[in-house]
Structures are given as C-alpha cells and as structure tokens.
Design a protein around this ligand. Structure first.
Ligand code: IMP
Ligand code: MG
Length: 190
C-alpha cells in the first residue's frame, strides 16, 4: 500500500499489526502470574504502540506515561536527555516495561533505564517498535524489538516530523524533498 501524497511505505500497516500482536502474546506469556505489569509509554511517540499493545495483552497491567526530550531544536540528537514529565506512581517492587517508539542513538532509552532502575522495580525491560541500529551510540538492550530500519527519518504510527505524520497507519520514510515542504517547527523530539 502506498499513496501519491504520503511518505513512502517502509513498514506496512499489516506488518505492524502482526508484530504488535506477537509482542502482546510474548509479553503476556513472559509476565503471566507475576502480578500487575506496569507499561511505561514514552511520550509522545509511543502513544499509538502503547494503545495497541495494551489492548492486546491478556495479563493484568496498568498504563503510565513518561515524557522526555532529546533533540532540542533539530532532528539531530544532542545526546542530552531532559525529563519533561515523570511517572505519577511509584514503581518499587513492580514489574516495569518501557514502551518506546524508536531507538536511534540509544541515549533516551539509556537515560530512562538508569532513571527507573534507581527506583527499585522488581524487573525492568524494554520494548521498541523500531531501531536504527546503524546509528547506535550507546548499547541498550531491547527485550522486545519490532523492526530494524536503515538510517532514514521515519514517520507514522506515532512517529513524527515536526509534529506531523503521527497518525499515519504505516511507518514511512520521509525524504528530504518532503521535509523541505514543511517548516521544521522546533519540536521536542519526543
Ligand atoms: P535517541 O535518544 O537518539 O535514541 O532518540 C530517540 C528519540 O528520538 C525517539 O524516541 C524519537 O522520539 C526520536 N526519533 C529518532 N529517530 C526518529 C525518526 O526517524 N523519526 C521520528 N522520531 C525519531
Ligand atoms: Mg520516542
């Protein structure tokens, strides 16, 4: 599926749906009988993945959000991660799964892992739909990974470029030509 208007399809809607269903099955098996899992969605990009994943889980869980910013005013990571909004609930002795849209340099996930690890969860794991492995600067472990993508700017299924394209049902590649059509309003890179 592609259309003449939108970004070129990299990962089709159906492939995302199958992968998220597979995550949900795996996570439901891995955490069965362990009490209530805490899903920590990283705003803003993970909101769609979190919504789809949480509705497919067959185990008791609760949903929390955290917001960080890593990119400042450009689409190039500075490596400096800021906490914009913290969790509302304590996670000590809880099984926690961080749900991220994309792991690029790895700085954001690395920051979140050390932040949350310090709060003594019973366990702490990570789930990311997409990883740009060529761009890794820090080695972070992703326990549930959807897809590896090349070093391109991807949008859709929660991922944005200057707050656009988040609601595309597929993951597409934003080519420089299309970027040029939009004035890159400073975003938080969330
Ligand atoms: P990292 O700290 O470099 O791993 O960056 C992670 C964050 O940057 C992600 O959570 C996204 O919010 C954002 N990001 C990185 N690459 C992309 C992309 O290709 N499209 C949209 N957002 C991205
Ligand atoms: Mg993100």
């Amino acid at each position: 599926m592609n259309n003449n208007e939108g970004p070129e399809v990299l990962i089709a809607e159906e492939d995302i749906r199958k992968r998220v269903a597979a995550f949900a099955d795996q996570i439901s098996r891995d955490y069965a009988g362990k009490g209530k899992l805490v899903l920590v969605g990283v705003l803003k990009g993970a909101f769609i993945l979190l919504a789809d994943l949480s509705r497919r889980l067959t185990i008791p869980h609760r949903v929390e959000f955290i917001a960080v910013s890593s990119y400042g005013k450009s689409s190039v990571s500075t490596g400096a991660v800021r906490l914009i909004m913290d969790l509302r609930e304590d996670i000590d002795n809880k099984h926690v799964l961080i749900v991220e849209d994309i792991v690029d340099t790895g700085h954001t996930l690395h920051y979140l892992l050390s932040l949350l690890k310090a709060r003594s969860p019973a366990s702490l794991r990570t789930c990311a739909l997409v990883r740009k492995s060529e761009r890794a600067q820090i080695d972070v472990s992703i326990d549930y990974l959807g897809f590896d993508v090349p070093d391109v700017w991807v949008v859709g299924y929660g991922l944005d470029y200057a707050e656009q394209y988040r609601t595309l049902p597929y993951i597409g590649i934003l080519h420089p030509r299309e970027e040029a059509k939009h004035t890159p309003t400073p975003g938080d890179g969330c």
